[in-house]
Design a protein around this ligand. Structure first.
Ligand SMILES: Nc1ncnc2c1ncn2[C@@H]1O[C@H](COP(=O)(O)OP(=O)(O)OP(=O)(O)O)[C@@H](O)[C@H]1O
Length: 261
């Protein structure tokens, strides 16, 4: 069950590339221990928002707070320490094709920790077991399925026992069964490790199966037009476009689009 303490606060965020504003005045909070989904149509700025949240792109305006710490006001040292609490799985979840699954998972520990080789081997085996890949560490990425590759990417994202996992389209390209397994794994990791999960996805099945909360970005309004529990939004949002999206219907653009839910 999700706790209610706000873990992340996004406050009046404007995201832009030069003169091109992608989204403006986006505000929401992510509760500690929740699975939070960033959704919206293609090109509305979901991945861009995730990149702002993990320090890759600086806001044009607004703030992103972790607890009461304003991310972009932190010193480099403070920011590095905060980043250590993040686990990130990017779209594609690329593994190095010339390394075994174990070597891929061990890589961040080898690069960014001073653990001994034996400790790294133990930690790697533990992370692989967490994602159900015990016994597969010796295989090359080309020898495992797409679903297993995603799980290996997740094991690597868990290298430093993150408090927050950021996942960009984790189930993209997976068949429905592998996608379902990945959803179950994300839920288990949240329950077992107590991590907060922030996920970009437009897989509705996934959203309804595991998300506690969401923000809905709109490419036309260039702002968030809804937030809350996805099932509640699907059935009761006062925004017709959001209801249509979540019910997989063509939106009726003649209906009034209300700018918040
Ligand atoms: N580095 C960049 N420079 C300029 N424009 C960018 C850059 N990255 C993204 N954009 C633009 O910002 C907008 C949002 O892109 P983004 O990838 O965040 O959307 P998205 O909602 O994640 O899309 P999708 O669901 O298709 O993956 C798009 O118009 C995109 O072209």
């Amino acid at each position: 069950m999700a706790e209610t303490e706000p873990r992340i606060t996004v406050e009046a965020l404007t995201m832009a590339f030069g003169d091109k504003v992608v989204q403006k005045d986006v505000s929401f909070t992510v509760s500690s221990g929740s699975i939070f989904v960033i959704m919206g149509g293609s090109g509305c700025g979901k991945s861009t928002l995730l990149k702002h949240m993990i320090g890759l792109i600086e806001p044009a305006a607004g703030r992103i707070l972790y607890g009461d710490r304003d991310f972009y006001k932190l010193t480099e040292d403070q920011r590095d320490r905060l980043l250590r609490q993040f686990g990130v799985l990017f779209q594609g979840g690329a593994l190095w094709s010339s390394m075994t699954v174990s070597q891929n998972v061990a890589l961040p520990l080898e690069l960014y920790s001073s653990y001994s080789a034996a400790t790294i081997a133990d930690l790697t085996a533990f992370k692989l077991s967490l994602v159900g890949l015990d016994g597969s560490g010796h295989l090359m990425p080309s020898e495992i399925s797409g679903g297993m590759r995603k799980r290996a990417g997740l094991a690597r994202a868990l290298a430093f026992d993150p408090e927050i996992l950021f996942l960009d389209e984790p189930s993209a390209g997976l068949d429905p069964i592998s996608s379902r397994r990945l959803d179950d794994l994300i839920l288990q990791l949240r329950d077992l490790l107590g991590v907060t999960v922030v996920m970009v996805t437009h897989e509705l099945e996934s959203i309804f199966a595991i998300a506690d909360d969401c923000v809905f970005l709109d490419a036309t309004a260039k702002t968030a037009i809804a937030h809350g529990d996805p099932k509640t939004l699907r059935d009761h949002s006062d925004n017709a476009f959001v209801r249509a999206f979540l019910n997989r219907r063509e939106p009726d653009r003649t209906e009034t689009v209300v700018s918040a839910s």
